[in-house]
Structures are given as C-alpha cells and as structure tokens.
Design a protein. Structure first.
Length: 186
C-alpha cells in the first residue's frame, strides 16, 4: 500500500490530553519501558506509572504498540525487574512485541558495563515465560531480530540489521500453519 503511516518513538511521558489528540493520527508507537519505579526515580528523575499507563492507553485505543527496554547491568537487569516488565506487558496483551536491547556505556552513564549475552538471554527467556509471543534482542551483533511464528516456529520475517530480507506473512498469518500473526500488515 502507498498509504503513509505515522509512527512515534517515545519515552512514554505523554499527558492524557496530548495522547488523546495524537491517538487518532498514530498508527504505531514504540515506547521505552526503562525499569521499575526505583529506576525511574533515581536514573530518570521521573515516575513509572505514567509510562505504563500510556502503554496500555495506546494499545487499548488500537495503536500498534511495541516496547523497548535497554537492559543495563546493575540498574534494571534483575530477574525481578525484567519479570515485572514482561508480566505487565503480557497482562495487556501477549501480542505486544518486547525489544530487549543491550547497553553500551556512553554519554552520562559510563559506570555500568556493557550488557552480556547471559543477561540478554535471561531477559528473552523471561519475556517468553511471561507469555509474550514476540521478544527480540537488540544491539547484539549476530543475534537474530527475525520474527518466527509463535505456533509452529516458521521463520516469518527475516531481518538483517535494520532491513527486512524476507517477509513470508500471508494475509496477516503464517503460511505454514495459518496462525494469525500480530502486527500491521496492510
């Protein structure tokens, strides 16, 4: 389709009035969910609840929502924090894609080490155990960000870097087992 789509990448700090005005114009939004309330208070000098509220608000309004968590060793990489995030998302919908991205020290946060593969694999496992159907590693060279069918495991969308190499989704579903695949397909 040649229709232009509107997508935001956001920290999730959007007031309700602004959200209500932008929702009808928005097709998709990726919201950062950074950690627990302590992380938001100490690192972001903000609160967690408005972000969680907006994730749910946009999803319930029919905007396609994806969530990204930058996994920072010693800050938000505990089993408890990652489990809380995954369970919160799955509680809204198991179809919400969760991108868990590796951290590399830079800018104002240089005291934490880079995220190791063990932490990344743990986060992915936590997301899947919470029931999330689409959990993707990010910022890890050589790790697949491809989409597989949550029912049969068929490779649906093959990605290389930021490019789609192959898209096998047919009419919003898996060509192998016919399971509906969550996403925006038209």
């Amino acid at each position: 389709s040649s229709e232009l789509r509107n997508v935001f990448v956001s920290n999730g700090y959007i007031g309700q009035d602004a959200a209500d005005k932008i929702i009808p114009l928005l097709d998709g939004i990726n919201i950062d969910l950074k950690g627990d309330d302590e992380f938001y208070r100490k690192v972001c000098r903000a609160k967690l609840e408005p972000v969680k509220g907006n994730i749910e608000r946009f999803w319930r309004a029919g905007v396609w929502v994806e969530v990204t968590t930058l996994v920072i060793p010693g800050y938000n990489d505990s089993v408890e924090v990652l489990t809380d995030i995954a369970q919160f998302l799955a509680g809204i919908s198991q179809d919400i894609p969760w991108h868990v991205s590796a951290f590399y020290p830079t800018y104002k946060l240089r005291d934490a080490p880079p995220t190791g593969m063990e932490s990344m694999r743990r986060a992915i496992d936590i997301g899947r155990r919470a029931g999330l159907k689409y959990v993707y590693p990010g910022n890890i060279r050589g790790e697949s960000e491809s989409t597989i069918c949550p029912s049969c495991g068929f490779l649906l969308i093959e990605r290389g870097g930021h490019r789609v190499m192959k898209n096998s989704v047919v009419e919003g579903g898996c060509p192998q087992c016919k399971t509906a695949v969550a996403g925006v397909w038209s």
